[in-house]
Design a protein around this ligand. Sequence first.
Ligand SMILES: Cc1ncc(COP(=O)(O)O)c(C=O)c1O
Length: 464
Amino acid sequence: MKKKIKKAIVPVKNNAPHLSKMDKKYLWHPFTQMRDFLNDEPLIIAEGKGNYLIDIKRKKYLDGVSSLWVTVHGHRHPDINAAIIAQVKKISHSTLFGISNVPAIKLAQQLVKISPPGINKVFYSECGATAVEIGLKIAFQYWQQRKNPRPQKTKFLYLQNSYHGDTLGAVGVGGIDLFHKIYRPLLTENIRVYGPYCYRCFLGKNQTSCKMECVDELEKIMRTRHQEIAAFIIEPLVQGAAGMVIAPRGYLKKVKELCNKYEILLIADEVAVGFGRTGRMFACEHEHVSPDIMAVGKGITGGYLPLAATLTTDEVYKAFLGEFWEFKTFYHGHTYTGNPVSCAAALANLSVFKKEKTLEKLQDKIVLFTDQLQKFEKLEHVGEIRQKGFMVGIELVLDQITKESYPVKEKIGIRVIKEARKNGLVIRSLGDVIVLMPPLSIAKAELKKIAEITFAAIKKVTEL
Ligand SMILES: Cc1ncc(COP(=O)(O)O)c(C=O)c1O
């Protein structure tokens, strides 16, 4: 008989070199080339306070991307912390499968209240990708079993450069080849259409010549293929992972009109743009659009605990009602669906929005941010500065005139964010686009500091 080999497990001590060693030994980081990571000194966060992150060496950094677009009112907000602790003292988890819990009910009511008109029902999950998956499955099943079924409506229309998460259904409506192409053999076939990436317009238009002809292209596809399209999924106003690509004003509204015209459901993926990021609670509000299905996540708990939700209309919901033996049930659920602690955190997050007048105070900060970003225009390698509210993408280019991108090997984005990190700012890049997305709670002086450090980092790295 083979002798069992006992693994030597060294307890992880709290000192920096040991933690770094153990990280490299045991962890596999998302969206990270681990070979590079292993050769680097990792940043290991130990604490957060307000708009700052504090690492294990006690160095402070401004949280310039809201810890991956989630932090809303800052870290360790007393109200959210207290709500979590109070809920843990009652119960940490009970299921929503066939029974209910108090915070899940209260939060559903609050979410419906703040959502665009017509949105009345809430289905919980834990992350943005699952919220999207649920939206896709609901849309598909709706057409299969509504009163006048349309069983041939089985495909989804999605935009080039879209990102909706990393599970397979979400990847199936993902339009970023770098992330999604390799998985294509695993995916169902959907329909991709060019969207408005105005800096690099696929129709060769510019700001003055544009009449939003990209909408005509979209309509052509809808006109010819609407019989097979269940839903159109879109990140309203801002394609985040594409590099904060901002749709021209009116685009979303036109999309909604076309969806109505061709009987296609509209799924708004508000995972990134929701909860104030664009300056309004939800991005759809900017164009008075009510989607049929809306996915939310990220900022829903203020960035404290994992939670997401898929919201929909009574019309869609009704298609799932029937006798038990008709099997119209939505056979979908995750173990932690509607977790009471996460829901309690989300309720506290929403009440801080009210108590601190977060959205009202944000408007001035958005203006200041715009002002601060203007000076980036004079940098030689800044191609475009894109901003919608507190979502900012600065696209770096080798040549401003030709818009030629940097060679991948230059790792220009990564070098800029590392330079910023040295100076006390944590930000992330998406390819050659430097992303800034501070917490909504950021103070004006901190916002200026973010702009200053980013400016200096871009200048230093690109003008070597
Ligand atoms: C628009 C959008 N949808 C969905 C997701 C996926 O969310 P999660 O990472 O929570 O699964 C993201 C994540 O960045 C996103 O930006």
